[in-house]
Design a protein around this ligand. Structure first.
Ligand code: TYM
Length: 326
């Protein structure tokens, strides 16, 4: 069985991009692989955050993963900070990474405005992510398109470490879904859908009800002209809607285009398909969120399982670099 690992930040409610780019694949992967899914709370503190909300958001993130179809009998779900090996391996890997390669990370360049005030944790963020992955000997990492560069860094650090200190880590590979890997903002279809969107209308949340989904799609920005064609460069708005419809119905965006003769018809079809796609997720979340005690128990089991794997890998890495055993 292949080992799979991925992570998601507990920064508020998840959106359709998280679901199509990552969570939906996670749910499929759990059945054929030995899968570990991590709620990365230590990544969430690399930007300004509210300490009063961090714990409850972490529980909500776990409920969202379960609602999206993850089954704790099939995969290991855990919280990053519950397994202290993540921070320890991150330090060791920081001693292998260079300022140059971290400065080239596009997500850092987008978030970290000036070098004077940017937090060191935000700069080192991708190294902690590499530690998350390498600790579990992950063969594959299912992520959306925006994580490709971080995965390249994890591969590079793994190769570099192995070459310098001897074979220690598996070299991981990114798995990106063919459709839905980069869901765009409905109000600004040249930017990806994200939690920090400028307009609430641009982002469909995973728990939006049918009326909210229909409203957001009705108001989605489309392109000049009236013909429905799949052309992401010239028609980013319409192409995003086709991509959403295709992702929700298991079809190919370009094939769907000829079936719609107006933007309105396409929007209605997309609203219907996404409503049906998210309906079971919303229903499961409502059931689960009533029992935070049970979620904490699941996370505690997950941390025990994850900790066992992580401890063995960290110990290998410590030995490889010659740290004195305690
Ligand atoms: P995060 O929390 O921003 O996003 C979680 C997952 O959702 C995907 N995603 C999208 N996919 C398609 N379209 C979008 N608009 C969209 N927005 C987000 C992301 O690609 C991701 O797969 N750094 C990571 C978390 C992380 C991680 C890891 C991932 C920490 N350690 C180890 C993999 C392995 C992040 O911030 O994801």
């Amino acid at each position: 069985m292949a080992r799979v690992l991925s992570g998601i930040q507990p920064t508020g409610e998840m959106h359709l991009g998280n679901y199509l780019g990552a969570l939906r694949t996670w749910a499929v992967e759990q059945y054929e692989n030995d899968a570990f899914y991590c709620i990365v709370d230590l990544h969430a503190i690399t930007v300004d955050f509210d300490p009063a909300q961090l714990a409850s958001r972490t529980i909500d993130a776990a409920a969202s993963l379960l609602a999206a179809g993850l089954d704790p009998a099939q995969c290991t779900i855990f919280v990053q900070s519950h397994v202290h090996e993540h921070s320890e391996l991150a330090w060791i890997l920081q001693c292998a990474a260079t300022m140059g390669e971290l400065s080239r990370m596009t997500q850092f360049k987008q978030k970290g405005t000036t070098t004077e005030s940017v937090r060191v944790g935000l700069f080192a963020y991708p190294v902690l992510q590499a530690a998350d992955i390498l600790l579990y000997d992950a063969d594959r990492v299912p992520v959306g398109d925006d994580q490709r560069q971080h995965l390249e860094l994890a591969r590079e650090l793994s190769r570099r470490f192995n070459a310098r200190y001897g074979d220690t880590f598996v070299i991981p590979e990114a798995t990106v879904p063919p459709i839905g890997a980069r869901v765009m903002d409905l109000q600004n279809p040249t930017s990806k859908m994200s939690k920090s969107s400028r307009s609430e209308l641009g982002t469909i949340m995973m728990l939006d009800d049918p009326a909210q989904i229909a409203r957001k799609l009705r108001r989605a920005v489309t392109d000049s002209g009236s013909e429905v064609t799949y052309d992401p460069a010239e028609k980013p708005g319409v192409s995003n809607l086709l991509e959403l419809l295709a992702a929700a119905t298991g079809s190919v965006p370009a094939d769907l285009a000829s079936g719609y003769h107006s933007y309105g018809a396409l929007k209605n079809a997309a609203a219907e398909a996404i409503t049906e796609l998210l309906r079971p997720v919303r229903e499961r979340f409502a059931e689960l969120s009533g029992d935070p005690g049970e979620i904490r128990r699941l996370l505690s089991d997950g941390a025990t399982r994850a900790g066992g794997v992580a401890a063995a890998t960290l110990s290998r890495a410590r030995d490889a670099i010659g740290l004195l055993a305690p």
